[in-house]
Design a protein around this ligand. Structure first.
Ligand SMILES: [Ca+2]
Ligand SMILES: [Ca+2]
Ligand SMILES: [Ca+2]
Length: 232
């Protein structure tokens, strides 16, 4: 029987027609399944590769770092736990309790920086006292000099030595004022608030201040006060 005649024909065994139609439908189903499963395999493979390549930082994505204070010192009553070098003393006058640094001495403090901190900010007063005559103080972070201060009878001139990942901000608070130490005429003090901003700090951060003065602390000195180190 020709195909058109077969389609028009209303005779014949139903079972025979059913077998032909069912076979055709099954074949179509198998062909579709093959195409769909290949596509599904491709997509699941892509998802697997994406997840394997994606590093999930839970703390950064879901819990922003909470700023915290790592250290704070006003040296009241000689409190200077953790400092190496320097003299926590009362120099009298308006200055009172400070950390005084003797000739050719380094005062340093090391703090741990918590995971997740993007920035460490150090703020402190650098004080030039009495008869400093151009011997510098060198301020370093983790052993690298970032700032040089050259004291000269009641004022300090600064040179920024910091690299790309450290920012330096200086605010002069006092110049040629009698604020403590030796009160001989002209042996005045200066105070500069120094802020150091360290990007991507290491796990440990060491602040050190070296004094290149060449006479005793009653004669000339640098001193530190009001230090705060924060992580954010
Ligand atoms: Ca103080
Ligand atoms: Ca003085
Ligand atoms: Ca000197």
């Amino acid at each position: 029987m020709r195909p058109m005649a077969f389609l028009r024909s209303e005779q014949g065994a139903v079972t025979t027609d059913w077998v032909i139609m069912a076979t055709a439908t099954l074949g179509l189903g198998l062909a579709s399944m093959s195409v769909i499963s290949r596509g599904a395999n491709d997509v699941s493979g892509d998802i697997d590769a994406f997840l394997a390549d994606t590093d999930v930082h839970a703390s950064a994505a879901f819990a922003p770092f909470a700023p915290m204070v790592l250290a704070a010192f006003d040296f009241a009553q000689g409190a200077a736990a953790g400092w190496v070098g320097g003299w926590p003393v009362n120099v009298g006058g308006a200055l009172g309790d400070v950390l005084q640094i003797g000739p050719k001495e380094t005062a340093s403090l090391t703090v741990d920086v918590p995971d997740g901190a993007d920035t460490a900010t150090l703020t402190f007063d650098l004080i030039g006292m009495d008869s400093i005559d151009r011997e510098p103080a060198t301020i370093s972070i983790n052993g690298s000099p970032v700032l040089l201060g050259r004291g000269d009878f009641g004022q300090i001139t600064f040179t920024d030595l910091s690299g790309e990942n450290i920012g330096v901000t200086l605010t002069e608070v006092a110049r040629r004022q009698e604020l403590g130490g030796n009160t001989r005429p002209g042996w005045t003090e200066s105070i500069t608030t120094v802020t150091l901003t360290v990007d991507n700090p290491d796990d440990q951060l060491t602040l050190s201040v070296y004094s290149d003065t060449n006479q005793n602390r009653g004669d000339e000195s640098y001193a530190l006060d009001n230090l705060v180190i924060e992580a954010s």
